[in-house]
Design a protein around this ligand. Sequence first.
Ligand code: ATP
Ligand code: MG
Length: 646
Amino acid sequence: MSDAHVYPVKPETAAQAYIDRTTYHALYQRALAEPDAFWAEQAERFLDWEQRWHTVSDYDFESAHIRWFDGGKLNVSVNCLDRHLDKRGDQVAIIWEGDNPAHDKKITYRELYEEVCRFANVLKTRGVGKGDRVCIYLPMIAEAAAVMLACARIGAVHSVVFGGFSAEALKDRILDCGGKFVVCADEGYRGGKVVPLKANVDKAAKHCPMLEKIIVIQNTGGKIGWQEGRDLWYHETMAAASADCPPEPMDAEDPLFILYTSGSTGKPKGMLHTTGGYLIYAAITHKYVFDYHDGDVYWCTADIGWVTGHSYVVYGPLCNGATTLMFEGVPTYPGPDRFWQVVDKHKVNIFYTAPTAIRALMAQGDRYVNQTSRQSLRILGSVGEPINPEAWEWYYHVVGGGTRPILDTWWQTETGGIMITPLPGATDLKPGSATLPFFGIKPEILDTNGQILEGAAEGSLIIARSWPGQARTIYGDHKLYIDTYFSKAPGFYYSGDGAKRDADGYYWITGRIDDVLNVSGHRLGTAEIESALVLHESVAEAAVVGYPHNIKGQGIYAYVTLNTGVEPTEQLRKELDELVRKEIGPIAHPDIIQWAPSLPKTRSGKIMRRILRKVAAGELDNLGDTSTLADPSVVQNIIEHRVVKG
Ligand code: ATP
Ligand code: MG
């Protein structure tokens, strides 16, 4: 793949960027050579501290003991709000765009500050204190950011649960973290539909004895159940609350939040992130990866229920005094041009979304993009899954008009922030590659025998040393944390993803290590085969898994979703087979192609290959944890059309 097309940094992008190629290499070397000095500088530059740290870093990957900026004291809400008031009190902090295109509003830093202080007092006067867990189950309304920051102000630990999760999934997460309060809305809007949030909380609450209060934001005004003494209206409590709330001084290592992984590969894990290191890492990556300049309008489409929403809708941007756009809706409502309409309406400069959205919009054809201007755009980002080169090219040429860099950012809930990514002014781009590591990140490639490989290589992606944004533990299960991330490659952080490093040192994520196929002794990543299939003009999306095959060990089973309006034919099947043979080699050609109207995905939009693997293997009564599945009917359809072949 190293011979892939290269898109060099454009001189006009480099000219205005904070980091050019020379600076990138110099800073990258420096961060590895003198990590403590480098990170201490960043801690000073990016944050306001009440008390300076005595130790920059202290970690050991055997016991997974990880500490940054020990002895330092600060408050996250002060860094995201108070300190901006003098200079940018009247600047817009949040542009909120509703599900309904007629609804939007702008909230200044001062307004957000007051809302946060008030709600912090609401929690405090009702007995929520430092270390208490507060679950947040909200739609993408601006109050969601305020509630997160209010928790941070008083030292309560928030656990945001995606508003699209069921009562059952919510219950599991409240129980797992021992949530004392839940903040929810009466209902939410999403894609023109109403989501019964409070009703789900009521169901979950029956099984959560530790839950004391439910605070309800009136959003739709819909009818909801009410339990006197337990339930409180947000607006009523806010009206009585003071807007003066001194921030709780927090230790750098005090917990900030718990957040569950997406559940693509199994049961979600509750990652615990702490205060100082997390915030520095979110802020520095937000500024340099997106090359955020004062006055830019920045839009990350992620829901706050995912780590991307935490680090790149709320904490990173607000810490940097940015204007961040929060979008309540979905990419296809009221039409498939919604993203681009919003870009034009709010003159968005930086846009960050997921491959699942890009592929879905690409399948609808170019005309929805072409009918918008998108002139304001300067930078485009992607996160969540490998972005197939075909989707990358579409994003680059059709959405970006061939002039904006695409930042394919690789990272995880566990990493707190972006780990491998291009920087707009520094990194030449290769479609499908997340390119180079961020400052302080030292990736390595491990082979199946546990050897670290040099140069161009393929294997497990591991990270050689700690970085400030790293999760500190799995809440309530440190042993699981060690077993999952620190035991498979002793002395390293084990990401669970596979990667290739090419001759230029560029990283290509090949998929989950557990999904790697072994066909007649050849190891094949899922991403490469899927990308070959997606190259076909009729294919919208593809997922590849292995299944037991008597001769080859594993056979290749491909689930293929066609573009809107395309009918599957034998001819098409042959073309796809040929395409993979040509792109990768005969070894990778699919043994089975099943036409799938849609693929099973997590609620964050990632393909759940583990379920597809079970279906391919015929293990239909043992599909594993399906609680994070977005639409169970998709699995039903796939089971019904399962192809059986020797
Ligand atoms: P679980 O850990 O519960 O199985 P998950 O891994 O999907 O779920 P997240 O932390 O939301 O949970 O996602 C991180 C994963 O997403 C990465 O490990 C990687 O597999 C994938 N990913 C994220 N960004 C990229 C990217 N730019 N390229 C390729 N893969 C990516
Ligand atoms: Mg994961």
